[in-house]
Design a protein around this ligand. Structure first.
Ligand code: ADP
Ligand code: MG
Length: 206
């Protein structure tokens, strides 16, 4: 698997996040400031513009530029968090063959970046509540001999369950935490965008 597959992933993310922008913003209007869809759409459209004008030789370089684009173009919590994810994902892949094990290591490195920045813990009602089960399912699938496509599909299914499980939670990080108990009963926008990104990986990186 070469850089082209990763470019396809980022382009597919941009398409799906654009299609779901109104939905993500609606989720954010219930427990945040109604900008998550617009934030993700703006960030990934800037990545598409980058991909249209530059060709990348390595995954490392591709994800470094894509991550920096999200950090600089997306106001709000999610830009730096997703930006750091892609920066660390690419750095971890530098010089490696894109085996299921190497992609797993890169996913873990990316999510550790999200934790280093945002300090989320399980059950805080954040994007981490989709990432954590996704990683666990991915690791389990790879340990059981799954190929990349099957492991990413397992990760996407687990992310979706984690996303759904954010509904009853009370937010303890980010803007939604200002609402306290009133944040319960709403699906977390970031866990929702994370699920779209992992589902996109399952479609494009297999
Ligand atoms: P903002 O909250 O600044 O308006 P967005 O609306 O774009 O930014 O993103 C909100 C999402 O960011 C939340 O739904 C949550 O999933 C995620 N988030 C916020 N704070 C954190 C954090 N500290 N760690 C992990 N994810 C977080
Ligand atoms: Mg917001």
């Amino acid at each position: 698997m070469g850089v082209d597959s990763f470019v396809n992933w980022l382009r597919d993310c941009a398409t799906v996040l654009h299609e779901n922008a109104a939905y993500l913003t609606e989720l954010d209007s219930a427990i945040g400031d109604a900008d998550h869809g617009a934030n993700m759409d703006r960030g990934f459209q800037a990545i598409v513009a980058l991909l249209d004008e530059t060709s990348f030789e390595t995954a490392d370089d591709l994800f470094k530029k894509a991550g920096m684009t999200l950090v600089s173009k997306v106001g709000g919590a999610s830009g730096p968090l997703y930006g750091t994810f892609f920066l660390r994902f690419g750095t971890a892949l530098a010089g490696a063959e894109a085996t299921p094990e190497a992609i797993g290591k890169a996913l873990h490195a990316g999510v550790e970046g999200i934790l280093a920045r945002g300090k989320a813990e399980p059950g805080d009602k954040t994007m981490y509540d989709a990432w954590a089960p996704a990683l666990e399912a991915y690791d389990g699938a790879v340990a059981g001999g799954a190929d990349l496509g099957a492991a990413l599909t397992a990760a996407a299914e687990a992310a979706a369950k984690g996303r759904d499980a954010t509904i009853p939670l009370v937010a303890r990080k980010g803007r939604a935490s200002y609402l306290g108990e009133r944040s319960a009963g709403h699906q977390d926008p970031g866990a929702t965008s994370t699920t779209l990104i992992v589902e996109s990986a399952a479609r494009t990186l297999s």
